[in-house]
Design a protein around this ligand. Sequence first.
Ligand SMILES: Nc1ncnc2c1ncn2[C@@H]1O[C@H](COP(=O)(O)OP(=O)(O)OP(=O)(O)O)[C@@H](O)[C@H]1O
Ligand SMILES: [Mg+2]
Length: 363
Amino acid sequence: MQIDVSTLKAIFNPKLRPLIGVDISSTSVKMVELVDAGKGQPRVERYAIEPLPRDAVVDGNLAGLEAVAETLQRCWKRLGTSTRYVALALPTAAVITKKITLPAGLREQEMEIQVESEANQYIPFALEEVNLDFQVIGPAPSNPDDVEVLLAASRKEKVEDRVAAAEVAELKPVVMDVEAYAILAAYELVIKQLSNEGKDQIIALVDVGAAATKITIMRNDQQLYVREQAFGGSQLTDEIMRAYGMSQEEAESLKRSGTPPDNYETEVLHPFLENMAQEVARGLQFFFTSTPHNEVNHIVLAGGSALIPGAADIVGQRTSVNTVLADPFAGMAISPRIRAKQLAADAPSLMVACGLALRKFDQ
Ligand SMILES: Nc1ncnc2c1ncn2[C@@H]1O[C@H](COP(=O)(O)OP(=O)(O)OP(=O)(O)O)[C@@H](O)[C@H]1O
Ligand SMILES: [Mg+2]
């Protein structure tokens, strides 16, 4: 048996050096660089978003590795930094995590051996094909002589593809995180803006991307529910293409700016936003019927499709839940080279990139 415990090691333990958070999602590459503004307080130094060609990333797989590398390179040039160290993330679905209990006080090496043998039981493919990492969470609630340990395992090629794309773009990957964890790191900053910092409140983090809407329901540090629905901004893009005979590029640019056709708001945009609100309401309904809970106190709306003007209003109205846009940078200092207004407008789509950039500030 041979497992590589070292490759994913950096997942939980990045070094304190300049670092760019790099989100390779299905439609774009997004980069965020945070620097230490003193006393370990992050400041937003730079960010950039660069669209990916269609089908370069499919279901989290880098189907077009060259295209991804080129986009990474373009995005990095646009960022205008000298830092080449990057934190990347694996799609949540590509990672198996499992909490195990081990005796407290094991030495690092002993723990690695224990982790490997435990992992054997939980991972449904050959361990030679797997990158394995672990992190001690803390004392086990059931027994003070034990510790809880979080295992994370992913197929090697998922890690290797991302590392390869970054290296072709002349970037140096030093952290391989998991998207869901990166989002949660950014989420912690977002909820600080809610009344009483969102304490004891049930909060739905709703990420409306291009193809998918991901709903994560939290109370304090506890994840109560997760759900993914096949709804996203590409439906609006398709509808624009159909209604006005536009190309995909034209439709994408109409969504962001430009002069829309007269009937755009009433015939195309508004029905899409209504659908979005309905999808969110449906997601909450599933939460209520499959858990003992029967209310949600806040909705935090994130993802590229949250940037559509009016999205938060309609979602709030249709669900009758206080709805805010996710802005992980709201409490941060911002470099004078960044246009604060533009950053605030883009912020909901930068949760993963921001969470990854925050790894520089981990203890
Ligand atoms: N300013 C904007 N106005 C309207 N729509 C936008 C804007 N910016 C991005 N979008 C839309 O948001 C979607 C992309 O969002 P995001 O970057 O969160 O998705 P993704 O993470 O790549 O996709 P997924 O999560 O589905 O894999 C696209 O449909 C895009 O057209
Ligand atoms: Mg996404």
